[in-house]
Design a protein around this ligand. Sequence first.
Ligand code: LMR
Length: 362
Amino acid sequence: MGPPVLLLVEEETKSWKKMINVAVSGAAGMISNHLLFKLASGEVFGPDQPIALKLLGSERSFEALEGVAMELEDSLYPLLREVSIGIDPYEVFEDADWALLIGAKPRGPGMERADLLDINGQIFAEQGKALNAVASPNVKVMVVGNPCNTNALICLKNAPNIPAKNFHALTRLDENRAKCQLALKAGVFYDKVSNVTIWGNHSTTQVPDFLNAKIHGIPVPEVIRDRKWLEEDFTQMVQTRGGALIKKWGRSSAASTAVSVVDAIRSLVTPTPEGDWFSTGVYTSGNPYGIAEGIVFSMPCRSNGDGDYEFVKDVIFDDYLRKKIKKSEDELLAEKKCVAHLTGEGIAVCDLPEDTMLPGEV
Ligand code: LMR
């Protein structure tokens, strides 16, 4: 006779945590195709965390969504206890503990930035309302669909019953890109690079902060003694990485975006290593950096692993960094005015600075 397999499984199940519901929009898209299998495998929430995946798609993508669900089921992941699909956010977001909002329309040829903000803004206004109505009251929301900072702002404004600090715009991809470039330049492995902040918008005004970043625990400007490279080449490389990738690949980043969503979630559900921090786009109210209140801005945060975060205090600024941050702040304040009709703040006035571009638009 073999070992009592069923009993073992039962024992194991008892040591698992309570199941969590993870809703994913744009579930039939490329980013999700990488992300969903990572979620189901346990590499995101841990090997003792069973999950239900609730997949939101559109009418147009419904068959593809069915295909995704079939592949998930066929993968026999022990931690994946339920898979459901739908096109109505009021159904799919029910009791969601996490909502990963990936689905958004990409900017088409000839489309103005203001049009994109409006079209995608409407999606995120509706999804915010749906989360407010049916999700867990402490749901954590990660907005990936672009323009993600302002989409996150619209979403949180339409979900007044959910704490505003629960909403994130994904800038972890930018942080990872910055870490990679610093590591390559210094000739070290990625894990020697820490304290990297992306400030601001997930756009070409984003500010990869080399002033506070460290390599082997030493400030980056003392390791990479080439201020011109840091201010110009490095900064631009990170700001425009999405566009460079589209040129090579013919489409937006998908695999690395999914990896960075995993990193972003893991940063919230595991304690941040001593002395380090991570970047995430969050609501600015109460921030200690002097950033305008009432926008979603990427800033350095730490977590004790409970899904929440706090702002980091020991950050330094110089004139260069302040000036750069101000530019991204101005851009987000302009985007905010542009979507006032979707946030309940009056009539939209759209006067966007010329260089308001997604990373993929350069
Ligand atoms: C990226 O950073 O790779 C994407 O946000 C690019 C884009 O504009 O789709």
